[in-house]
Design a binder for this molecule. Structure first.
Ligand code: BGC
Length: 250
């Protein structure tokens, strides 16, 4: 019998969910997306999560969250693109109490995407050092070494020019600065060169919403490592959060 988990990817711009079939990594339902509330504090995000749970009629069954922050033992330790009230907030205890669900897990959103790509997507079977970067509202990173995830890396927060990398090479930066694809490609290429100097990855995977436009900027990325788009595209966060639940729930 296949196991199903509701995966919810909480992002700085959208909150999306789908029921995932763990045996295949495929969606067992359609994907539903809501806008992240402007004031994205725990109570406001909880209201959106409740709406998703009611859409999927998902009561007292496993729920898995991908969250855009450093996560240690179910507690958020940062909050770059989400309300600061989440810092040091015990996400698992709060959500399992408020939703009245026993089986709740939370993992960093990019780590979730990395896990999904490792298990079902473009990182499957890859040896050596693989770095997935999700380019969305921010830049998330998942570092994988010989198929093992090194959690909570934050390559979107590397110091860069006057700020940090995610303020120059995320999909949001591209839109805010109205960058044309060649301009964006050359900015991203510079960031990747710097990361390559630090990590010498064998493969870099570009994920997030922008992965579907890879042909626009991919050929401009001037690094030694193989650079490929994420196979599961923007669904990787949902799929990986659900898979993380499968691996880690008691
Ligand atoms: C956060 C990361 C997150 C990424 C993508 C960054 O600003 O610090 O934890 O993975 O955005 O959402």
């Amino acid at each position: 019998m296949s196991q199903k988990v509701l995966g919810i990817d909480v992002g700085g711009t959208g909150i999306k969910g789908a029921v995932v079939d763990i045996s295949t990594g495929e969606f067992a339902t359609e994907k539903i997306k809501y806008k992240t509330p402007k004031d994205s504090n725990p109570e406001a995000v909880l209201a959106v999560i409740k709406a998703l749970i009611s859409d999927f009629e998902w009561s007292d069954k496993p729920i898995a969250f991908g969250f855009p922050a450093i996560i240690k033992n179910g507690v958020a330790k940062s909050a770059a693109n989400i309300h600061k009230d989440w810092i040091n907030f015990d996400i698992i205890t709060y959500l399992s109490q408020k939703l009245n669900v026993q089986n709740v897990t939370v993992v960093n959103d990019a780590d979730a995407a990395g896990l999904a790509e490792l298990t079902f997507g473009s990182a499957k079977g890859k040896k050596g050092t693989v770095l997935l970067l999700t380019l969305g509202t921010g830049i998330g990173s998942a570092l994988m070494v010989d198929g093992q995830l090194v959690p909570n890396t934050e390559f979107g927060h590397l110091k860069w020019k006057k700020s940090i990398t995610e303020h120059y090479a995320s999909n949001r930066a591209r839109k805010d600065k109205k960058l044309k694809w060649p301009e964006f490609g050359s900015e991203l290429s510079e960031v990747l060169k710097h990361i390559e100097l630090l990590l010498s990855p064998d493969c870099i995977i570009i994920g997030g919403g922008i992965s579907k436009s890879f042909e626009e900027y991919g050929p401009l990325l001037d690094v030694k490592a193989e650079v490929i788009p994420a196979q599961l595209k923007n669904n990787a966060g949902i799929i990986g959060a659900a898979y993380y639940n499968h691996l880690n729930s008691k």
